[in-house]
Design a protein around this ligand. Structure first.
Ligand code: AMP
Ligand code: MG
Length: 396
């Protein structure tokens, strides 16, 4: 076992082969989940003017030592220039989002006012502080500040930030072209009649869903029998057409596990085969003559899921130049003991108090146990961890 790579060593070798993809421009409405390839700077201060933060009246604070009733001389609505406040004891009715009238320095909310016959009077005796209910110009962001950074994945709020910075489109990393190839004579599509010795073809759905979740929506897939020549024939043309080929099944030591042999027959370089981990130990990784990354995932569904989370997803991020890692440290719900020389990857579910609980499986074929899990945690070899220890979580 000791001569096998550790997960970190394997991930390092994969990373080393991830060449950043070119950039392209996408419409703002298509940018969610893409990896930004440029810095975005604030077009203006935010707020761009002293902005009224409550519906009410704008006054001069100093007037309050003389009166609690103000003559209304104008109105300031959002989207219109505001009238100025010039004479003492006068006020401008103001709406949320309006520009603060020049000369005013305090906004009193409508709930504390009695407005009638062109006068606004304080009702109770509210505490009023100078400058209240005004969102000052530039308080959040100063013009020219970097509001979005290159190499970050664009999230929901980021699209609003980009729009506010006057962007209609964004320069992002191109997405890798991905082919998913499942292998196995036993696999039958859902919806087709099935024999006692056959298995439903399910991995492709988990793999593609994981890719969709990562923003990759156009992923091709194919299924191949356990047949050396057949695998070679299909993959020969795929090398040049895709950046990443994810294969599931056929990488173990069985007589009909032809995937590594076929890939090498086609000129691919094997970077490694097997990692000191469970599940997912038989993972094969190589590079095609075209530069395409080739992942040979073991077909047992839990192994496939673990290898997707720990190795494939991070490399897809890397190809797009994403800097921040998707995995993160989380707290274990209970203690865990890994007496083996292999790193363990355990599926986990979030608990109601912020920790993650390990869900046990009946081995790497037991994918029904993955229901409700969000990813897997990495438990180093020969290690005992107490409850509430920090471990790395890799999302599915
Ligand atoms: P293999 O890695 O090809 O030896 O497959 C290991 C186990 O995983 C076998 O029991 C397969 O039937 C099962 N398996 C392989 N590929 C899939 C798949 N695409 N969907 C569901 N089960 C699979
Ligand atoms: Mg197989």
């Amino acid at each position: 076992v000791s001569e096998l790579l550790s997960p970190a060593e394997a991930a390092g070798l994969i990373q080393h082969h991830c060449q950043r993809l070119p950039t392209e421009t996408v419409d703002l409405s298509k940018a969610l989940g893409r990896v930004l390839a440029e810095d975005i700077l604030a077009e203006r201060d935010s707020p761009p003017f002293d902005r009224v933060a409550m519906d009410g009246i704008a006054i001069r604070y100093g007037d309050l030592s003389h009166t609690t009733s103000f003559k209304i001389v104008g109105v300031a609505a959002a989207g219109h220039p505001a009238p100025a406040l010039t004479d003492p004891f006068t006020t401008v009715e103001v709406m949320t989002g309006a520009m603060l009238p020049q000369g005013a320095d305090t906004v009193i909310p409508v709930e504390q006012l009695d407005v009638r016959a062109g006068m606004a009077s304080l009702t109770a005796n509210p505490t009023i502080t100078q400058g209240q209910n005004i969102h000052r110009q530039g308080l959040d962001v100063v013009q020219g500040t970097r509001v979005l950074s290159a190499h970050a994945r664009l999230g929901i709020a980021d699209l609003a930030i980009a729009a506010s910075a006057n962007q209609t489109s964004l320069t992002v990393a191109a997405q890798p072209k991905v082919l998913v190839v499942t292998t196995g004579d036993e696999l039958i599509e859902p919806g087709r009649p099935i024999e006692a010795w056959q298995i439903r073809r399910s991995n492709v759905h988990a793999i593609k869903a994981s890719l969709h979740n990562q923003g990759l929506h156009t992923v091709h897939d194919d299924h191949l029998a356990d047949h050396f020549e057949g695998i070679c024939a299909r993959l020969a043309s795929a090398f040049a057409a895709y950046d990443v080929i994810i294969l599931s099944g056929g990488v173990s030591a069985g007589r009909f596990d032809f995937v590594p042999k076929a890939l090498q027959h086609l000129g691919a370089t094997a970077v490694f085969h097997k990692i000191a981990q469970r599940p997912g130990k038989p993972l094969w990784f190589g590079v095609a003559p075209s530069g395409a990354l080739l992942f040979g995932l073991p077909g047992n569904p839990v192994s496939t899921a673990v290898c997707m989370a720990r190795y494939v997803r991070p490399s897809l991020d890397r190809l797009q130049g994403r800097l921040e890692a998707e995995h993160r440290a989380v707290l274990l719900e209970t203690s865990v003991h890994n007496p083996s020389a292999l790193t363990l990857f355990n599926p986990v579910m979030p608990t109601s108090h912020g920790t993650f609980a390990i869900k046990s499986t009946q081995g790497s074929g037991d994918f029904h146990a993955l229901q409700g899990t969000v990813g897997c945690v990495e438990i180093p070899p020969n290690t005992s961890l107490a409850a509430h220890s920090l471990v790395e979580l890799y999302p599915w």
